[in-house]
Design a protein around this ligand. Structure first.
Ligand code: H2U
Ligand code: ZN
Length: 347
C-alpha cells in the first residue's frame, strides 16, 4: 500500500472552530470537465446610478431619501428581518415543538458613495472608514440592552443573492448568539480553558511556520486558506493579536485590517478576472456584558466560484445530506491565490 498523501488520497479534515468535518477528494480533480467556461462581459457601472437605492440623494423603498454622504453611510434596513419591538414570548409543546420570540436590529452600510467601486478598488484610507463605522456600530448596537450579538457581514455579487452592486454590507444584531458563532464560541472556550491560549493564536502560529496556506500578511493580520476550508477559495483573516472585539484594535491595527481586506479581495478578483462574489463576515465576542477571553477576532470569506467567472460550486447532494466536500486541496487553492499579483486587474 502506498503512503497517504493529502494531494492524492481522499481524506477527512477537522474544523476545530465548528467541531465539524469535511471531505477532501483530491484525486477527483483529474476527472474530465465538460461544463462551459465563459468569460464574463463586464458592464462598466456609472459612478452614480439614479435608480440605485444606495447612491447618495436617492430615494429608498418606503420613501426615505439618502443623505448626500461623502464616505460611509449606515441606515436601518427598510426590510429588517429582526426588529426591536417584538413581545417577549415562547412556545413549548413537549420536547419537540419549541419556539421563542427574538428581538433585534438590522442595518445596511454603504461602503462608498461611488456606485462603481468595490472594496478591492477602494483606497485603503476609504476602507479604513468602513472599519471605523463597523467599530461605532458594534459599540452602539451592542450596548443596547436587548442586543447580545452583532453580526457584521458583506454579501457580494448577484450569485450570492446580493440585490445591488453598490458597495455595501449589513449588520444583523439580536438577543441570542446565532448558530455559527455559538459553535465557534463553545469550541474556542474549551480550547482556552485547556491551554490558557486562544485557539486561533496557536493555529496562526502553526500556519505561519509552514506558510503553506498563507496568502498574504501585514504587521497585524494574516489572510489564509484554512486547513478545513469548504468553499474552493475560502479564506480567513485572523488578527495576530488575541483580542475579542473590533473595538479593542489600535489605530494601526484598524488600518492594517483595511489593508488586508483590500489585498485579499484583489487576489480574489484577479483569480478569474471578475468581481469575485462571496459572503464574508466578522466573528467576534458577543455583546452580552461578559468578557469572553476565549474569543479571537477573525473574518470569514465564503466565495462560491470554482473554475471560472461563471462555474460555481453548489453545496448539494452529499453535502446537504452528509457533510461538505471539496476536490482541490486547500493548499492547492492557497498556492493559486498566492501566485496572483496584488495589483487589481482593472487598474
Ligand atoms: P443585499 O446586501 O443582500 O443586497 O441586501 C440589501 C439590503 O438592503 C436588503 O437587506 C435592504 C434590503 O432589505 N434594502 C433597504 O433597506 N432599503 C431599500 O430601499 C432596498 C433594500
Ligand atoms: Zn468564525
Amino acid at each position: 500500500m502506498e503512503k497517504f498523501e493529502f494531494t492524492e488520497h481522499a481524506h477527512r479534515r477537522f474544523n476545530p472552530l465548528t467541531g465539524e468535518w469535511i471531505l477532501v477528494s483530491p484525486h477527483r480533480t483529474k476527472r474530465p470537465w465538460q461544463g462551459k467556461v465563459e468569460k464574463i462581459i463586464i458592464k462598466k457601472r456609472p459612478e452614480y446610478d439614479p435608480n440605485c437605492y444606495l447612491c447618495p440623494g436617492n430615494e429608498r423603498a418606503g420613501g426615505l431619501i439618502n443623505p448626500d454622504y461623502k464616505d460611509v453611510f449606515a441606515f436601518q434596513n427598510d426590510f429588517s428581518a429582526l426588529v426591536p419591538d417584538v413581545p417577549a414570548g415562547n412556545f413549548k409543546n413537549g420536547e419537540l415543538f419549541l419556539a421563542e420570540s427574538e428581538k433585534g436590529f438590522c442595518k445596511v452600510i454603504c461602503f462608498s458613495p461611488r456606485h462603481d467601486l468595490t472594496i478591492p478598488q477602494m483606497e485603503v484610507s476609504a476602507i479604513r472608514k468602513v472599519v471605523d463605522l463597523w467599530c461605532r456600530e458594534y459599540e452602539e448596537i451592542g450596548s443596547l440592552e436587548y442586543i447580545n450579538y452583532v453580526q457584521i457581514f458583506e454579501n457580494k455579487g448577484d450569485i450570492m443573492g446580493c440585490s445591488n452592486p453598490h458597495p455595501h454590507g449589513q449588520i444583523w444584531a439580536q438577543s441570542t448568539v446565532p448558530v455559527e458563532p455559538s459553535k465557534e464560541q463553545e469550541n474556542q472556550k474549551k480550547y482556552f480553558e485547556n491551554h490558557k491560549r486562544s485557539m486561533l493564536s496557536d493555529y496562526l502560529g502553526e500556519e505561519l511556520k509552514s506558510g503553506e496556506r498563507v496568502l498574504v500578511q501585514n504587521e497585524h493580520f494574516v489572510a489564509l486558506v484554512p486547513f478545513w476550508a469548504v468553499w474552493p477559495y475560502e479564506a480567513m483573516i485572523v488578527s495576530k493579536r488575541h483580542i475579542q472585539r473590533i473595538t479593542q484594535f489600535t489605530e494601526d491595527e484598524k488600518s492594517a485590517l483595511a489593508d488586508i481586506y483590500k489585498k485579499l479581495t484583489i487576489m480574489f478578483d484577479n483569480l478569474f478576472e471578475v468581481s469575485f462574489a462571496y459572503s464574508a463576515g466578522i466573528h467576534q465576542a458577543p455583546t452580552d456584558g461578559e468578557e469572553h477571553p476565549e474569543w479571537h477576532f477573525h473574518m470569514h470569506f465564503y466565495p462560491p466560484l470554482l473554475r471560472s467567472a461563471t462555474v460555481r460550486k453548489f453545496m448539494v447532494g452529499y453535502e446537504m445530506l452528509a457533510n461538505p466536500q471539496r476536490d482541490i486541496t486547500p493548499e492547492q487553492s492557497a498556492e493559486k491565490l498566492r501566485s496572483l499579483p496584488l495589483k487589481h486587474y482593472l487598474n
